[in-house]
Design a protein around this ligand. Structure first.
Ligand code: SF4
Ligand code: SF4
Length: 225
C-alpha cells in the first residue's frame, strides 16, 4: 500500500538494511496489542503469507476468507488482508489474552511492525527496498536495539527479500499498465487472474514456497506480457 507521506514525518529519518541495528525491540509487547486492532485493511497479505497461514491453520484460503481475511482493492489491485472486526476492530487471530494465536506463521507485516518497507528505484533502473522505523505507531517505551534480520524472524532472508521485492514491483507494473489501459474489463480480468493464480490455487505446503512462486510468476509474466 502506497502512503503519500514524507519519510521524515513518520520515521527517524534513517533507512535500514537487514544487517543494521534498529531501535524496534518492544520487550515482548507486554500486554500491548495495539497493532492488532484498528488496522483497517492495512495488513495486506502476500502469497507467502497465505502459504504460511494455510499451512499453519490447515484451512484453505477460501475458508480463511469466510472469517479471518477479506479482499480489498489496493492501488487498483484486489489483494487479501487481515480482517478487523468486533467492537475493538480486532484481528481475528488475536486471542482472549491479547496475544497472537498464530505467532509462528503470522504475516510479514506483523513480523515487521513497527518497521515498514521503503521502496526506491535508482536512476539506472535498479529496484530495491530498505526498512524504516515508524516512530508514531508503536507506544512501547524505551525500545531496545535489535538487528533487523532478527526482528523480521523469517528464515532464508535473502530469498525472502528477493521475493518481497519482486512481488512489490510486479504489482506496481501491473497497476501502472491497468491505469494506462483504463478499460474496466481488462482490470477485472487481470485482477481475477492474479487472485486465482497467486492466492486461490492451492500451494503444496510441504514443498518449497519460492519455487512454486517462481513458476506462477513466470506464468503470470507470460500471460500478461
Ligand atoms: S504496538 Fe508495539 S508494543 Fe504494541 S503489540 Fe505492536 S509491536 Fe508490540
Ligand atoms: S496476525 Fe497476529 S500479530 Fe498480526 S495482527 Fe493478527 S493477532 Fe496481531
Amino acid at each position: 500500500m502506497k502512503r503519500q507521506v514524507s519519510l521524515e514525518e513518520i520515521s527517524d529519518g534513517r533507512l535500514y538494511s537487514k544487517n543494521d541495528m534498529v531501535k524496534a525491540g518492544c520487550g515482548g509487547c507486554r500486554g500491548c496489542s495495539s497493532c492488532c486492532r484498528g488496522m483497517g485493511g492495512s495488513v495486506i497479505l502476500d502469497p507467502l503469507d497465505v502459504f504460511r497461514l494455510v499451512a499453519g491453520t490447515s484451512r484453505s484460503f477460501l475458508e480463511l476468507l469466510t472469517d479471518k481475511l477479506e479482499l480489498n482493492v489496493v492501488d487498483g489491485i484486489i489483494l487479501p488482508n487481515l480482517k478487523m472486526s468486533g467492537r475493538e476492530e480486532s484481528c481475528g487471530f488475536l486471542n482472549e489474552e491479547g496475544r497472537c494465536s498464530i505467532h509462528p506463521y503470522r504475516p510479514g507485516i506483523c513480523r515487521l511492525f513497527p518497521l515498514g518497507r521503503y521502496y526506491e528505484e535508482s536512476a539506472s533502473g535498479g529496484r530495491s527496498f530498505r526498512y524504516f522505523l515508524q516512530v508514531q505507531e508503536c507506544p512501547a517505551q524505551n525500545k531496545t536495539k535489535v538487528k533487523v534480520s532478527k526482528w523480521i524472524d523469517t528464515p532464508d532472508l535473502v530469498r525472502y527479500e528477493a521475493f518481497v521485492n519482486e512481488w512489490h514491483y510486479f504489482l506496481e507494473d501491473v497497476e501502472n499498465r491497468l491505469q494506462q489501459s483504463g478499460q474496466d474489463e481488462e482490470r477485472k480480468n487481470t485482477n481475477l487472474f492474479l487472485l486465482k493464480l497467486f492466492y486461490m490455487k492451492p500451494y503444496d505446503t510441504r514443498q518449497d514456497f519460492y519455487e512454486q512462486f517462481a513458476q506462477r510468476m513466470a506464468q503470470a509474466r507470460e500471460i500478461l506480457s
